[in-house]
Write a protein that binds this ligand. Sequence first.
Ligand code: ARG
Ligand code: ASP
Length: 715
Amino acid sequence: MLKNKNILLSAVLLPAAMAFAQQNGGMWIPTELNEKEMKDLGMKISAKQIFDPTKPSIKDAVVQFDGGCTAEIISPKGLILTNHHCGYDNIQSHSTVENDLLTNGFWAKNPSEELPNPGVTVDFISDIKEVTAQVLAGTNGLDQKAAQEIINKNIEEVKASLKPESWQRILIKPVYYGNKYYAYIIETYKDIRLVGAPPQSIGKFGSDTDNWVWPRHTGDFSMFRIYADKNNRPAEYSKDNIPYKPKYFLPISIKDKQENDFTFVYGFPGRTTEYLPSIAIEKIMNDTDPARIAVREIALKTLDEKMRTDAETRIKYASKYASVANYWKKWMGEVEGLKKSNALENKRLYEQSLAAKSPELKNSLDELKRLYTEQAPYALNNAYYTELLRNAETLNLANRFLNYSASLEQGKMDDKVLAKFKNELSAFYKDYSGELDAKVTAKLLALYANKVPAQYLPEGFKQNFSDANKNLETIENWSINSIISGRNSLNGATVYTNIDNVFANQNQLVSIIKKDPLISLMASLKEAYLKNADSKYTMLQSQIDAIQKKYMAQLMQADQNRKFFPDANSTMRVTYGKVKGSNPRDGVFYKFQTHLAGVMEKYLPGDYEFDVPKKLIDLYNKKDFGIYKDKTGDVPVAFTATNHTTGGNSGSPALDAYGNLIGLNFDRQWEGTMSDINYDQKYSRNIMVDTKYILFVIDKFADSKWLLNEMKIVK
Ligand code: ARG
Ligand code: ASP
């Protein structure tokens, strides 16, 4: 028994001592790269060429796209490439049933046809500085609250001392749970225009069935252009703006790829939690992921039925549906992957081995175990509640109106905030179907009533709302008299016809909100949740955070062999590895690459996920592949590598040993989706669209040579 355990233990600890740090995954801060290891793996450029604050370097071509994805500059005229699913919202918002850019694709024929997207931004990182000493100065020995006050003050001082230019801002973020701090100097461009997007039968080929799955055949790309004022600085949209002249842009390689080629991915990964204690992983696997999956499952089924039969609904809900479906599926893969990679057992053994060396670390783990166990019922309620609010749109709307009236009563509602709120509402109503959502909300209320213990619910809620059919009747009756449904009018207008009129007399509106039955239902759910669950949940979470910070420092102290990287936090990172297939199950080998022939294998005429555009079929049949085929004679479509990526890395450039663009990151493979919690080299692969496919589509499918002429192509 014991002997067995030791074998397991060494198997767990072994990867830490292995030659390559990245073998355990890793998303590195670009100013602190493992240059030697990257070169040993095949990199031919220097770390300075990847990030240099003073001279043009690759980082000048990598931007955060609209706060959530990554994009890269591929021409001297500010042309950027990101995923189709990252531009999806914008492509959708330019679409109508008559002119459906999602279905037909869009290709500007010249700059004057490029479409503006108000509100969309891209962020450049002009420099990164470690500022831990300044931020933590004077906090030694203080309790959490007192320390945080000093930290907040220090952060403001550091920001001022960095003296940003008028078009720059400074963002300071903690890593390692507050054991280190970094400052980012950011320049935000605001005039971003849509240049091109393939039809979704290419850009979203395989849709939700193929999402998170390899082998993959999606041409998940779209193109935008950054515009600047005449001084090349950020500016609001204006027809007088001119294409941005970048400090650096990426050459695009169409060379054939080989398995084991060095590759790195440069982007803005959102969030990972690689250093959670085993008890936290246990709760995610057994409690919160399954709860979230259950809520979304119901919402998706209900939406899908309607979207399949009604074109208007399909367009309205396309983007929302995709985003709900995305994490629904991700969490299923995550739970499976955690089990399969033996994450819990490995972590427990790892913790035991470290606890044996460090009594302080053992204390922290014991504390975390106690806190997570105490928090579990509240965390479960939190999962159900947050998913209810996200997916039951009627409740989501009701909550927005509640927050609005609270702000107004607290005197926090000025013209600017109000204008923003009205804009948000208009955008919401544009893509909202009250009738369809009533069905979703009715079912989700029933799930909530049945799953959440009575002590966290409003009085009588369990009895009154546990039946979805009855809920639907209730909602239908209540929405007749509801302002949020758009069926009750105010000053002769509804939220659909004239939002300004509805808000013309705000005191009158608030008194109506107070009587609104749907809003009242939301108010009672919220009150019960905040009082009975959320207060305990957040109190325990702040205790967990404090111990987790301590534990993180103890872990780094106790495991000196391990090369630590900070969890993703939406800041700029580099991850690197090799182009590689995988062996995810006994007897199954995944090749690292797919080809156009595979698109044709999956082709289902007329199917909403697997249809293929006629022109692409013709090109395939004629083998009209131009310079984009590889040595097999076919066009490569997608490929996998061992890069450690997460949400936010979508649209990130995948680069070769010389820093040329070879692909566009867009997903991970099913067997490795637990990599946010437990990266495993055996299973975890990132998925990229091949640059050959991207250029093939732009050239042969879209006939957009004018765009190719801007690019620098490496043959
Ligand atoms: N799974 C990828 C990522 O997390 C792509 C998602 C877009 N596609 C979709 N069917 N929802 O974003
Ligand atoms: N598809 C993700 C994104 O949109 C990337 C991932 O989670 O692997 O950022």
